[in-house]
Design a protein around this ligand. Structure first.
Ligand SMILES: [Zn+2]
Length: 113
């Protein structure tokens, strides 16, 4: 399952940060996810709960921030909003647009204690 490996990746980032910064407990995790990354936030939250049991992030609240997708049209030389991974340019019809924002996932902030 896609979300399970993502949740494990997030936990890895948290554990790296805990090791680096020396905190013992995470209470909230703000996670940025691109709109085009095909992640189900609810499924990810469920997997996150499961993989963090017994870790520094046990019981942590997961706040998911969705980043709107953006693409670049070479022909029109401009940035366009994108709502799906394979979009075409509404002006010149170029397909598919090159995705510039929307497929990434990163931990934006951790609330620790
Ligand atoms: Zn175009």
């Amino acid at each position: 399952m896609h979300e399970l490996s993502l949740a494990e990746g997030v936990l890895q980032l948290i554990e790296d940060a805990a090791h680096r910064d020396g905190f013992k407990k995470v209470s909230t995790v703000w996670l940025e996810i691109g709109q085009l990354s095909a992640v189900e936030p609810e499924a990810l939250a469920f997997c996150f709960d499961a993989v963090t049991r017994g870790t520094v992030a046990d019981g942590a609240r997961l706040e998911i921030i969705t980043l709107p997708g953006q693409g670049w049209c070479e022909v029109c030389a401009r940035t366009l909003p994108m709502t799906e991974l394979y979009g075409e340019c509404p002006d010149c019809g170029v397909f598919p647009l090159e995705v510039t924002v929307g497929t990434e996932m990163r931990v934006k902030e951790l609330e620790v204690s």
